[in-house]
Design a protein around this ligand. Structure first.
Ligand SMILES: NC(=O)c1ccc[n+]([C@@H]2O[C@H](COP(=O)([O-])OP(=O)(O)OC[C@H]3O[C@@H](n4cnc5c(N)ncnc54)[C@H](O)[C@@H]3O)[C@@H](O)[C@H]2O)c1
Length: 346
């Protein structure tokens, strides 16, 4: 049997548990080292996932120096993605990093450069692509059933869904609000379906109107320092295509709206539920598939096993830094445009 890939973690909090479960299911990989600055989180994960005491660290640089690892899985809050990723790539490991890839295009460029210099793979954990819905929609687009896509729509609008756990609302740790937490999922999915066109401009509004009023929320918000609770944007691409983006944790709408849709010259595709809209015998027809809403658990296994296979094959990365750089440039544009209240080049 081929040797199992050795996996190490930086950050063993909430989402790391889903990644740990996924790696545990991968036959050709084994989690052998963990790092977290929080001793309780570290000890709990070590016990649950049976990681040897000598391979537990509070400093990722010590872990990189002490254990030879094939893959580092970075599950720290957004502001602390870039540094461990770059250090791990430089140390000769391949890196899968949680979304959003980083908090500025500059950081993403540095992450890409570190991977290129080391000859190692960088993958961004955009789990929605690995859901059944995501795979089915991409399959329809790849088959040419949609034709040339000229408009994308990416919306993740929660009515009262400000996270009251973790570091999501703390600007120092997370840098952005719903755009970085949930908007990036649907933005990446729409861009993936559109084959990552070159973005030109963004015109956005960013608002903080509801979420810093704890009485409106189910849970008490300790600290709310991220810039927005709602953002809306129109992205123009260099080739004339457009994409509408919306993301909120709190918004006065009659219902939650979570949707990714792309419209093309032959048809359209909608993610939830996966639907293909085309003309059939002179009638505009919706053909769909009844799959479950966002099958996240399988998604995490699918993305980890895709990365393991890519590492074994020597590439390419299933979700490369270059694609995440386009996503990040758009998100940088959303915040800049929202702040300046005018269209910006990205
Ligand atoms: N794919 C998804 O659906 C999904 C869902 C939730 C979160 N996320 C992303 O995952 C990341 C982590 O979110 P979370 O909810 O797991 O947060 P969390 O706060 O539950 O866990 C983060 C962990 O990182 C540790 N940490 C912080 N700095 C560190 C450092 N320098 N070295 C080592 N450990 C460090 C913290 O102590 C904590 O245990 C975020 O970027 C978030 O956007 C993705």
């Amino acid at each position: 049997m081929a040797k199992a890939l050795k996996v190490g973690f930086v950050g063993t909090g909430g989402i790391a548990q889903a990644h740990l479960a996924a790696w545990n299911k991968c036959a050709d990989a084994k989690v052998v080292a963990l790092c977290d600055i929080n001793p309780k989180a570290l000890a709990a994960s070590a016990e649950k996932w049976c990681v040897a005491p000598e391979n537990l660290f509070s400093d990722y640089r010590k872990m990189l120096d002490s254990v030879e690892l094939d893959i580092i899985d970075v599950c720290t809050p957004n502001s602390w993605h870039a540094k461990p990723t770059i250090a791990a790539l430089k140390a000769g490991a391949n890196v899968i990093v949680e979304k959003p890839v980083a908090t500025s295009a500059r950081e993403v460029e540095q992450m890409i450069a570190a991977g290129q210099e080391a000859g190692k793979l960088l993958m961004v954990a955009q789990v929605m692509r690995y859901s059944t819905e995501g795979q089915l929609c991409k399959h329809w687009v790849k088959q040419g059933l949609v034709g040339d896509i000229y408009w994308g729509r990416a919306e993740y609008l929660r009515r009262r869904g400000v996270p009251a756990w973790g570091a999501f609302t703390d600007a120092a740790a997370s840098a952005g609000g719903p755009c970085y937490d949930i908007g990036v999922h649907v933005l990446d999915m729409a861009l993936h379906l559109m084959d990552f066109p070159e973005p030109a401009t963004v015109s956005a509004g960013t608002y903080l109107k509801l979420a810093n009023k704890p009485s409106l929320m189910k849970h008490k918000i300790k600290r709310y320092t991220v810039p927005e609770d709602f953002a809306v944007a129109l992205v123009r691409f260099a080739d004339g295509r457009t994409l509408s983006l919306g993301a909120s944790w709190a918004l006065n709408t009659p219902q939650e709206i979570n949707q990714v849709m792309v419209c093309g010259t032959k048809g359209g595709v909608t993610l939830w539920p996966p639907t293909l809209t085309t003309e059939q015998n002179g009638v505009l027809t919706n053909a769909g598939s009844q799959v479950s809403q966002f099958d996240g658990a399988d998604g995490f296994y699918n993305e980890c096993s895709a990365f393991a296979a890519a590492v074994k094959a020597g590439g390419p990365s299933p979700v490369p830094g270059e694609q995440a750089l386009i996503t990040q440039r758009i998100l940088d544009g959303v915040y800049k445009s929202g702040e300046k209240q005018r269209e910006v080049k990205v």
